[in-house]
Design a protein around this ligand. Structure first.
Ligand code: AMP
Length: 418
């Protein structure tokens, strides 16, 4: 028996209601904030991700689905959405458009991770990017957009964690301080962190190992090392968030798992949960990325949220989502002539924009009516031998349990009225 690969799942019809609900709310938000949709390929040149996400990150070191294709090119299945959007921005000369360029995507993301609840090898993200302006008001807009999405979805009890990790000017001094703090605790660190101490100091704050976690509590804070520009940026951002009525907690351990961030980083987590694996969404500013990818220096900010984790939280918080649309009319028939009439009518109904369904296979009328009930249709049309002769059909209003006989050539007009 074949099964879906480990860490992937089928989104079955009964789950689709959650998915279309989330996607609809996400695209509505983008319309409201005037962000335009972009779709990029599922795979890219592997170097795009190594360069942007950073060689020493978990994603690049352990999680990418990379392989050489038949032409000998090394390609990678998209492990995140920002780098491809920035690649497209540069490739299509979007710097000549009025700035900032505001884009959003909904895309499958691939990471070779240890599967567990809310952590999969294929998941889906909705993300938004505002490229081409350094104003902290734009950071606030991105955070506001994420926050409003969760509110519109009906999610409650979320916490916004916020931090600033500075820029190329102020981060080196912070990293030195972090390094010397962690060096004093070297003996207690996990093997990964001892390596991080040499190669990727900022990631030390990211470690989930309980001992490393407790050491990180007393670690120096990046916000104490910000240069004037970064400090002002952060100050203005927190001011705007207060203005917008968005509550936030400062979290000095928050650095995010990708190297391209500068200044603002944020994550939104369901209340009572901490640690990166439970964040429902996150993002930040990445002022150097476009330049790193060969574009002109271009500041930018964005966020991404996992659709599976949203669905998990909607279920956990018992948020009712609107049902998937059901057909309006079920057509039951008895006998060969009635079947021909039914086939014709179903087509005419669909031509008129009325969703219609019938069960073929010549089942008993009783079994067809049972199915009509189960399909939660609003109306059932019944055509038997008598109706064929008298050119009529029986129209049953399923909710009211009432039925009436109507001329068959009046079916469409009569149902259109309803
Ligand atoms: P990241 O780019 O890692 O910050 O991911 C953004 C969001 O995508 C997270 O906040 C999660 O909601 C979701 N996400 C990330 N990795 C996974 C995964 N392996 N499985 C499911 N959702 C994920």
């Amino acid at each position: 028996m074949y099964r879906a690969p480990r860490g992937t799942s089928d989104i079955l019809p009964h789950e689709q209601g959650y998915w279309s609900f989330v996607k609809k709310k996400a695209s509505d938000i983008c319309e409201l904030y005037v962000y335009q949709r972009i779709d990029t390929p599922v795979f890219e040149d592997a170097r795009l991700f190594v360069r942007s996400i950073g060689e020493e990150t978990d994603i690049v070191e352990k999680e990418m689905y990379s392989f050489e294709d038949k032409g000998g090119d090394l390609i990678t299945l998209r492990p995140e959405g920002t780098a491809p959007v920035c690649r497209a921005y540069v490739e299509h000369g979007m710097q000549t458009l009025p700035q900032p360029v505001k884009l959003y995507y909904m895309a499958a993301i691939f990471r070779y991770e240890r599967p567990q609840a809310g952590r999969y090898r294929q998941h889906h993200q909705f993300g938004a990017e505002a490229i081409g302006d350094s104003d902290p008001a734009l950071d606030a807009e991105i955070i506001d957009m994420a926050w409003r999405l969760y509110i519109n979805l009906g999610l409650k009890e979320l916490t916004l964690n916020l931090n600033s990790i500075g820029c190329n000017a102020c981060r080196p001094a912070y990293l030195d301080s972090l390094k010397s703090y962690y060096s004093r605790h070297k003996e207690s660190l996990c093997a990964d962190c001892r390596r991080r101490l040499l190669k990727n100091t900022l990631r030390l704050l990211d470690c989930k190992n309980p001992t490393c976690l407790s050491i990180s509590e007393q670690a120096p804070r990046s916000i104490d090392f910000l240069c004037q520009e970064c400090a002002e940026h952060f100050d203005k951002l927190t001011g705007y968030l207060k203005l917008l009525g968005i509550p936030f907690s400062l979290s000095h351990r928050l650095v995010r798992g990708l190297d391209y961030y500068t200044k603002t980083v944020f994550e939104i987590t369901p209340e009572g949960e901490t640690g990166a694996q439970v964040a429902i969404g996150g993002g930040g500013r990445y002022d150097n990325l476009i330049e790193q990818l060969g574009g002109k220096p271009t500041p930018a900010v964005g966020f991404a949220t996992g659709i599976e984790r949203i669905v998990l939280n909607l279920k956990k918080q018992q948020v009712a989502v609107t049902d998937t649309p059901t057909p309006s009319v079920f057509i039951a028939y008895l006998g060969n002539e009635a079947k021909k009439k039914a086939i014709e009518l179903i087509s005419q109904l669909r031509n008129a924009g009325i969703s219609a369904v019938g069960t073929f296979g010549d089942r008993s009328l009783k079994s067809q009516l049972k199915q009509a009930d189960a399909s939660k249709v609003r109306y059932t049309l019944i055509i038997g031998e008598d109706e064929v002769k008298s050119k009529t059909a029986v129209l049953r209003n399923m909710a009211k349990g009432e039925q009436q006989t109507i001329p068959i050539d009046r079916v469409i007009t009569s149902l259109s009225k309803h």
